[in-house]
Write a protein that binds this ligand. Structure first.
Ligand code: AMP
Length: 118
């Protein structure tokens, strides 16, 4: 079992979060420090630490994460103009919380894909 994180506690309802969607595989909630007008995190309910840790068995949950992100973008009204979906992996990817999550970012032009240095 991977170590528990704050996202595991959010999935289980042990700490509050602005949850916008939950089903048998994934939970989505608003980022506490939004970088764009719409900034939603989609996480697997079962803790997978990073994208580097996914296995073949995780393919259904990875597909669900992307489909839910697209549905939420439509529900939030940002689908037509577009948005960005991002996954940070481990140290060089800038991952802070080791419970896999994707960022759904939109509501304005998101900007350059990566900083030149960092
Ligand atoms: P990452 O750098 O990809 O690991 O992103 C972690 C994200 O989680 C950051 O954007 C944080 O603002 C966000 N975050 C941290 N704690 C919480 C929380 N309790 N509720 C919602 N979002 C959070």
């Amino acid at each position: 079992m991977p170590p528990d994180t704050i996202f595991g506690k959010i999935v289980r309802g042990e700490i509050p979060a602005d949850i916008v969607y939950q089903d048998d595989l994934v939970t989505a909630f608003r980022d506490i420090h939004p970088l764009t007008p719409i900034h939603i995190l989609v996480v697997p309910n079962r803790a997978i630490p990073t994208l580097a840790d996914v296995a073949t068995d995780d393919e259904p949950v990875l597909g669900r994460m992307l489909r839910v992100a697209a549905d939420l973008a439509a529900a939030e009204g940002i689908s037509e103009k577009g948005y960005r979906v991002m996954i940070n992996c481990r140290e060089h990817g800038g991952q802070e919380i080791h419970h896999l999550h994707l960022h759904l970012l939109g509501g304005r032009r998101v900007g350059p894909m990566v900083a030149r240095k960092g």
